[in-house]
Design a protein around this ligand. Structure first.
Ligand code: ZN
Length: 255
């Protein structure tokens, strides 16, 4: 069984908001900051990319500050985005799936329930959901399905030796976390199940939740699967970019 190194690639941010964005119904009067990331796993038979970041045009349209091109960032790890074969999409919000076009040779692993919600369920067209996925990305995803480049998972599944996708709903209908074997034991990229570490450690979600009960069950599952709580990583915490060894511009090694 290979062990992996986990890299966080900060492709945007920091962005400021009320603290209540990151801690549901708390800290309204505080200001909190968050970053945008994708992740890359090295040390296995081939690199695995987790989420895609955004294209330059999308980043401009969304007003993402301090944007860095994800494909350029991967070259700092010696990886060419146009040669990556395996990408895991944790969920289909724009900041995680908007960059699928940057990976022309990849197959994308996604939960069936997540894909069906965003592409087939009329509920996804309601106003509160429209912010999360733009029409261009939705069409790109449908095109990938037609091309046979989406791999649909229905629950937990190993997608590479030592890399297991874990169904983890709550932030979105079919979010998947990623459990990864490392030299420190099993780590879990929780993606936006938690925006910051405190969501997991204090058992208190962020404000972006579609199913609070499911999310709390997800917290039980992810804390149980990670070898220790400090190996359960959230999706947008500034500390991912600040508290870990820097290996290149914008790139830190979490494990
Ligand atoms: Zn996100």
């Amino acid at each position: 069984m290979p062990t992996y190194q986990i890299h966080a690639l900060k492709y945007g941010g920091p962005v400021s908001s009320s603290g209540a964005f990151l801690m549901w119904q708390r800290d309204w009067d505080k200001t909190a900051q968050r970053n945008y990331y994708l992740w890359c796993l090295t040390g296995g038979p081939r690199p695995v990319v987790v989420d895609t970041g955004l294209s330059p045009a999308q980043a401009a349209a969304r007003g993402v500050p301090d944007y860095d091109h994800p494909a350029e960032m991967l070259t700092r790890l010696g990886i060419q985005a146009d040669q990556v074969e395996l990408v895991i999409l944790t969920h289909l919000h724009f900041d995680h799936a908007g960059g699928v076009g940057l990976f022309p040779e990849a197959r994308f692993f996604v939960q069936r329930s997540e894909y069906d919600f965003w592409t087939k369920n009329p509920m996804a067209g309601r106003p509160v959901f429209q912010f999360f996925l733009d029409q261009a990305t939705r069409e790109a995803l449908v095109g990938l399905e037609a091309a046979g480049r989406l791999v649909f998972l229905e629950g937990d599944a190993e997608v590479a030796p030592g890399v297991e996708c874990l169904l983890a709903p709550g932030h979105s209908p079919g979010l998947q976390a990623v459990a990864i074997e490392t030299e420190r034991g099993r780590a879990v990229l929780g993606s936006d199940s938690g925006h910051v570490f405190e969501n997991f450690s204090q058992d208190w979600p962020s404000s972006l939740v579609v199913d609070q009960v499911a999310l709390l069950r997800t917290y039980d599952k992810l804390r149980d699967r990670a070898a220790s709580l400090d190996l359960l990583f959230p999706g947008h915490d500034r500390r991912l970019a600040e508290d870990y060894p820097s290996v290149a511009k914008g790139v830190t090694r979490l494990v």
